[in-house]
Design a protein around this ligand. Structure first.
Ligand code: HEM
Ligand SMILES: CC(C)=CCC/C(C)=C/CC/C(C)=C/COP(=O)(O)OP(=O)(O)O
Length: 322
């Protein structure tokens, strides 16, 4: 199936000499900047709520190093993901313009670009944050590049859920950069991100099911169909509501967060339920995908605004203290 589709895709999309020329923009895009930005929001969230528990000033220099180090490590993961997926990325409209799929940059250069980003990023985390933050970065990289990209994405319907472990690590990096240990807050943020990712990705999977099928990826919508995928999405969005409230139960955030997280989560559950009556699954899935990103951004925004700062030291920014 995959090889037939591949022949068809290649016939229509053989890149011209012009499209083969690499640009600086290609190198930038290989790091998947949109995904880096959202993941950095979660690093920031982890850093901020851990800072709330220390009773000390926010260490803005440490914040800067943590954001830089984690962004470099995540960029490394994205570049290496593009490197490893360059054959199948040719077969999907969504991905075939990537420099790796067009053959615009030599695979060796891309591989070394990814490795360099990773080594520098892990070095920044190790030397300027702490060894635990670096270790988590390394674990995230390993899961994303090796377990998800090189292994499960091509072979298993469980790739999305297990790959979600890597996307749940960035807020833990932010948290441990401050605390130096894996406190309850780190695990709760892990849980929130772990539950958020499958509905985020399956929305896209339903919308682009035929592309994924043609490329040969055993994604849930491809293997079990839209209905089974909607049921699975519902399980995750429902669990996300109580999951997100654990931050309040453990004293990291206040009541404003509780109200916002409940409303945001319930909207997502209702949207998921509406999927069972949708006339047009692709249109519904597009809305679900957009909402997943808005949900994540708003949840972390409110989390940061309503962080409980345990100390009444007036030097803490925004005076959201005590
Ligand atoms: C198992 C984990 C994940 C999978 C499989 C996944 C999959 C994807 C895919 C395939 C796209 C491309 C959409 C397109 O080109 O139309 C995408 C976009 C996006 N993802 Fe995820 N994602 C995951 C985790 C995350 C995480 C952890 C974040 C952020 C915290 C995130 C944020 C985004 C954002 C902001 C976009 C849109 C921007 C862009 O396409 O550059 N994703 N995701
Ligand atoms: C600490 C660390 C390194 C964490 C990794 C964080 C990270 C980059 C999470 C995002 C996961 C993601 C975008 C998966 C999509 O890959 P895909 O291959 O399904 O997407 P594609 O088809 O667009 O390439």
């Amino acid at each position: 199936m995959a090889s037939n589709a591949g022949t068809v895709a290649r016939e229509h999309t053989e890149p011209s000499a012009e499209s083969r020329k690499p640009t600086w923009r290609d190198f930038y895009q290989l790091a998947k900047p949109g995904i880096l930005f959202s993941n950095s929001i979660t690093v920031f969230g982890g850093f901020w709520i851990a800072s709330g528990q220390t009773g000390e000033r926010i260490d803005f220099l440490l914040l800067l190093w943590t954001l830089l180090g984690s962004a470099l490590v995540m960029a490394s993961g994205c570049v290496l993901n593009n490197y490893l997926d360059r054959d199948l990325d040719k077969l999907m409209t969504r991905t075939q313009k990537r420099a790796t799929a067009r053959g615009a940059i030599s695979p060796r250069v891309v591989m070394w670009y990814g490795i360099t980003l990773g080594v520098v990023g892990l070095g920044v985390l190790y030397l300027l944050a702490n060894p635990l933050a670096a270790l988590l970065g390394f674990a995230g990289l390993l899961v994303y590049v090796w377990v998800y990209t090189a292994w499960l994405k091509r072979t298993s319907v469980y790739s999305t859920s297990i790959g979600g472990i890597s996307g749940a690590i960035p807020p833990m990096i932010g948290f441990t950069a401050v605390s130096g240990e894996l406190g309850a807050g780190a695990w709760i943020l892990f849980l929130i991100m772990f539950l958020w990712q499958p509905p985020h990705f399956w929305a896209l999977g339903i919308r682009r099911k035929e592309e994924y099928r043609a490329a040969g990826y055993p994604l849930l919508p491809v293997v079990q169909g839209n209905h089974a995928t909607k049921l699975a999405m519902m399980r995750y969005t429902i669990m996300l509501v109580p999951g997100s409230l654990l931050l309040y139960l453990y004293g990291y955030v206040g009541e404003i967060y509780v109200i916002a997280a409940t409303i945001l989560g319930m909207i997502w559950v209702v949207m998921t339920l509406r999927g069972f009556q949708a006339q047009d699954d692709e249109a519904w899935a597009r809305k679900m995908f957009v909402y997943s990103i808005n949900y994540l951004t708003l949840l972390f925004l409110v989390m940061v605004i309503d962080t409980n700062f345990v100390s009444a030291t007036p030097s803490i920014p925004f005076e959201r203290i005590g």
